[in-house]
Design a protein around this ligand. Sequence first.
Ligand code: FMN
Length: 214
Amino acid sequence: MEINLAGIRQEYTKSGLRECELPNDPLLLFSRWLQEAIDAEVNEPTAVIVGSVSAEGKPSTRTVLLKGLHDGKFIFYTNYESRKGKQLAHNPFISLSFVWHELERQVHIEGIATKVPQEESDKYFRKRPYKSRIGARISPQSQPIKSRMQLIRAFVKEAARWIGKEVERPENWGGYAVTPTRIEFWQGRPNRLHDRFLYTLNSDGKWEISRRAP
Ligand SMILES: Cc1cc2nc3c(=O)[nH]c(=O)nc-3n(C[C@H](O)[C@H](O)[C@H](O)COP(=O)(O)O)c2cc1C
């Protein structure tokens, strides 16, 4: 069956982004857009596509959830021994892409990922639901496993070990903080004449803004 993909297209008419609206600090605009995505009840407003690069220079992506925005850094949590974790240990350059289709908006961020302090990971880990904490302890994220049953057995066994105790964060699980050096805001407009504004961090630590062609 052939699907008519060429015929699927939408006009983007919801909004515009004007130069006079741009704050000096892109984090302010990002926070505003994120809040607007939450208020608009888009599906998974904090979902972000993380790009990392292997030792051989091959890129790969996956979705995670943004769990914090502190001191101008984007925070997410994962397994440090996962595929992305190993790639980031080798090469800390990272990209983050938020896409809010309902608002016809995307934000692309590039920067450097560093592990958050262990106490910060502990603090967030304690806030996770009990079963998610057990799951994080037993899942060898990104590794081959024999069956779903193997996972469930490990989960049940681990859950039994922690009854009545505070489930500890495993050492291989924690946060990354992404310090941005480049942030692009994209707002869809009619006739594919979209608004794109790029913030780049210059050597004085100041953000420079330029409009980019769509
Ligand atoms: C909506 C959504 C949210 C997700 N959130 C996370 C997350 O916060 N942390 C995480 O490690 N994986 C999360 N995942 C799973 C990842 O996309 C991915 O499968 C996993 O991290 C392993 O990726 P890797 O093998 O490339 O390291 C999420 C998936 C989806 C679809």
